[in-house]
Write a protein that binds this ligand. Structure first.
Ligand SMILES: CC(C)(COP(=O)(O)OP(=O)(O)OC[C@H]1O[C@@H](n2cnc3c(N)ncnc32)[C@H](O)[C@@H]1OP(=O)(O)O)[C@@H](O)C(=O)NCCC(=O)NCCS
Length: 406
């Protein structure tokens, strides 16, 4: 039977389009109408593509509309999500066909960048996505969590009810997100539908979602969303704090909110996922080894429109570099581009570097340097010295960070 790829036309169709990815979570039914309604507040039906066979969705793929922070600016970006194809229809090109339809639509709607979290690192490279950041996990015994120098936090932490937290958290988040490549702006709908909600299925064995806010002279400067998982064995505490998200707008506030989390009584360990590669705890702690800091791939970035995407970034005023881009999936990007603070333009000049478009995705947020890519044979230096020169032009401070999986 033929498979038709098209966007959903209603919340009911979105429910159907989510059944393939839900299959992999062990669920055989579509989301409830209430769940679908909450999702469509942040993911309208026309932003969800599905593969239809005989009136039934066998695949789904969606794109949130984000404003992604990049070095020196912000850019409209498609946040790719809910990718799933039923096992009965795998490896027949269904994902490829949905990706074609969705990415083309995103580009036409003025989103020059797409980005995503990948469940498997083999899936998205073929579509031009490049690994663009790392994400770190920690599991720290509380008794080994002392800072290397005495620390007295300025300000006080108070607990805030989830239904009263949005305004305060959004202010702090906005300041942090505007300065951190990889973060995206959150709408009120996003806060309500995705962040300040505590459905049973998200908890696992952990407790309720808690919200703590650090205030200094009435000004909120950091917050933490976390869950307590209490446990005792023979009278000794063995439970842990699971940090969902801790965001601050200054180094002092970062240290203070983490000190709060590390000092919660009854807990034996503090666990967190989705920390940036250069998290300050590595240098704040007296024993950073105790963090058990471990890395894996973070977000993957795809430039849908090379000129517009690269123009949204900041570059050092150190001249420019000509990059020859190879792009099979989006051939309009292919060719030579002069890139620098003077602008991004097509050129007939000989390239200094030659690479697949996925390499541009890797350097876009500042997560990788051209030198790192060259060492991994991901970029070809056509003109001697071009790699180092490109690094000087693309240089950024700090690792990109996306604190949530979408
Ligand atoms: C990942 C998934 C969506 C792929 O769907 P699909 O329809 O089988 O993919 P396609 O047939 O369009 O594959 C396109 C290409 O990607 C390859 N590919 C797809 N999924 C792959 C995977 N998991 N590992 C390695 N290669 C993969 C295919 O071999 C094919 O290669 P080709 O173009 O060289 O022939 C599907 O397997 C799935 O639903 N997996 C479980 C849920 C999941 O992981 N979703 C991703 C969430 S981020």
């Amino acid at each position: 039977m033929d498979i038709e790829i098209r966007p959903c036309a209603s919340a009911e169709e979105v429910r159907q389009a989510l059944t393939p990815i839900r299959h992999y979570f062990g669920l055989s039914t579509p989301p409830t109408e209430g769940q679908a309604e909450r999702l469509t507040r942040v993911l309208p039906a026309e932003r969800v593509y599905a593969a239809w066979e005989g009136g039934r969705a066998v695949g789904g793929l969606g794109a949130f509309s984000f404003h992604l922070t990049v070095p020196g600016g912000r850019v409209p970006a498609a946040g790719i999500t809910v990718a799933g194809v039923l096992p009965t229809h795998r490896r027949r090109g269904v994902l490829r066909a949905m990706m074609r339809g969705l990415l083309d639509a995103c580009r036409l709607q003025g989103e020059p960048v797409a980005y995503l979290w990948a469940t498997e690192d083999t899936i998205y490279g073929r579509f031009g996505f490049g690994l663009a950041s790392f994400t770190a996990e920690i599991d720290l015994p509380r008794e080994r969590s002392a800072f290397r120098t005495p620390f007295a936090a300025a300000g006080r932490v108070r607990l805030v009810a989830l239904d009263a937290a949005e305004e305060c958290l959004a202010t702090i988040y906005h300041r942090a997100a505007a300065a951190t490549p990889g973060m995206f702006a959150r709408s009120s709908a996003w806060w309500q539908a995705r962040i300040l909600t505590d459905p049973e299925w998200r908890r696992g064995t952990d407790g309720d979602l808690q919200c703590a806010v650090l205030e200094n002279e009435g000004r909120p400067s950091a917050y933490a969303l976390y869950r307590m998982n209490w446990a005792f064995e023979r009278g000794l505490q063995t439970g842990s704090v699971a940090v969902i998200e801790a965001v601050a707008d200054s180094p002092e506030a970062t240290a203070a909110i983490w000190r709060y989390l590390l000092d919660i009584d009854w807990m034996a360990r503090v666990r967190a996922w989705r920390l940036p590669l250069d998290h300050p705890l590595l240098l704040l702690l007296a024993e950073p080894r105790r963090l058990g800091f471990s890395l894996r791939d973070g977000v993957w970035v795809r430039l849908l429109d090379v000129k517009t995407a690269l123009s949204a970034r900041w570059y050092h005023a150190l001249g420019s570099v000509v990059i020859e881009v190879i792009d099979e999936f989006c051939p309009w990007n292919a060719g030579c581009w002069r890139v620098g603070s003077g602008g991004i333009d097509r050129t007939d000049e000989a390239p200094g570097l030659r690479c697949d478009v996925s390499a541009l995705g890797s350097v876009y947020l500042g997560g990788f340097s051209w030198t790192q890519l060259a060492r991994a044979l991901r970029v070809q230096e056509v003109s001697p010295g071009a790699t180092a020169h490109a690094d000087a032009i693309f240089h950024t401070e700090g690792a990109p960070w996306c604190p949530e999986i979408f």
